[in-house]
Design a protein around this ligand. Structure first.
Ligand SMILES: [Zn+2]
Length: 325
């Protein structure tokens, strides 16, 4: 080791610096001490060894809570939260860049209910605006099982319109068939985004609540009646359905801990909820082999040529290369 001050060549080891145990040296000639060259920590640094970081993210993707991930990986919960945010940002970027000119032809839309901090009936007037009900709007292609677009937010006309417009811009120039549930704002949103360029039908399912009105109900009510209404164009009656997207919603509820109902799991920060949703959908599209397709939805839709590994998606550096990227 060469001294950084006097360029003298005889230096002796002088302990370690920090948790990463970076070697320190002392010059025998001028007595100055210094660290070995090392990577600096930045906001984007994964604060864990790459393999442990990947394992933590995998845990979160398989429905572990933050605390159980803490116990399984030995990482601190604050580190896990930061990993989730980073992974979420990168997933969001991947989704945004890859979901372009999609060949999807039969889109089903639905919303999944969740809440931030507290359920809507507990929200007080002086609480922050995003407390209470939060919804994830999801669009799914029935053929490729791809999720071209999603949106996290309150169930409002503005959000429904933003969601539909985003979906519209991600699809190719062909005509699509669209099925949504009977939620009132879809009609206007579809009209404004697709401008009659879609065969659009709405399904009214008459059944109980989602559990958001209290804890008396432990299962969703049985569907008593399904009414379909054609809103524009000429949709094929065979494909007026929201079954696939509803199945996806079950997957999400099983795999995002914060969406398991009737437990004490819930979100405390909108940013983390959004990150968890982005990670879930990107992982679903690019990494997870769909049981009936035998490839990933992204491969089926022709926007990926292989099954992505989690490390590729969230850009966790390869194990064994460097301790910190
Ligand atoms: Zn020196």
């Amino acid at each position: 080791m060469t001294c950084i001050r006097c360029q003298h060549h005889s230096c002796k080891k002088f302990g370690y610096f920090g948790k990463r145990r970076i070697q320190r040296w002392r010059c025998t000639s001028c007595q100055s001490t210094f660290c070995e060259p090392h990577d600096r920590l930045t906001r984007d640094t994964m604060l864990a060894k790459p393999d442990v970081a990947a394992r933590a993210i995998q845990c979160l993707l398989e429905g572990c809570s933050i605390r159980s991930t803490e116990r399984l990986t030995g990482l601190n919960r604050n580190t896990i939260m930061r990993l989730l945010l980073l992974a979420g940002q990168r997933s969001e970027k991947v989704m945004h860049e890859k979901m372009r000119q999609l060949p999807c032809r039969r889109i089903q839309c639905d919303e999944i209910w969740g809440f931030l901090m507290k359920k809507q009936k507990q929200v007080r007037k002086d609480d922050p605006a995003d407390f209470g009900d939060q919804w994830i709007f999801v669009a799914l292609d029935a053929e490729t099982k791809l999720i071209p677009s999603y949106l996290v937010g309150k169930r409002s006309s503005a959000n429904t319109q933003a969601f539909m417009l985003d979906l519209y811009h991600r699809l190719g120039d062909h005509r699509v068939q669209l099925t949504t549930d009977a939620y009132i704002f879809y009609r206007k949103a579809v009209e404004e985004s697709f401008a009659g360029d879609a065969d659009f039908a709405q399904l009214t399912k008459l059944y109980g609540d989602y559990g958001q009105f209290g804890n008396e109900r432990y299962s969703p009510g049985t569907i008593t009646e399904v009414i379909s209404k054609v809103r524009s164009g000429n949709p094929d009656p065979k494909h007026i359905s929201t079954s696939f997207v509803e199945r996806q919603n079950l997957t999400l509820r099983m795999q995002l801990r914060r969406f398991t109902r009737l437990t004490n799991a819930y979100s405390k920060k909108l940013s983390h909820l959004k990150a968890a949703a982005a990670l879930h959908f990107a992982y679903y599209n690019f990494c997870r082999v769909h049981a009936s397709l035998r490839v990933t939805p992204a491969m089926e839709a022709g926007i990926a040529d292989h099954i992505w590994r989690l490390e590729e998606l969230v850009a966790v550096p390869e194990p064994q290369t460097r301790l910190l990227a």
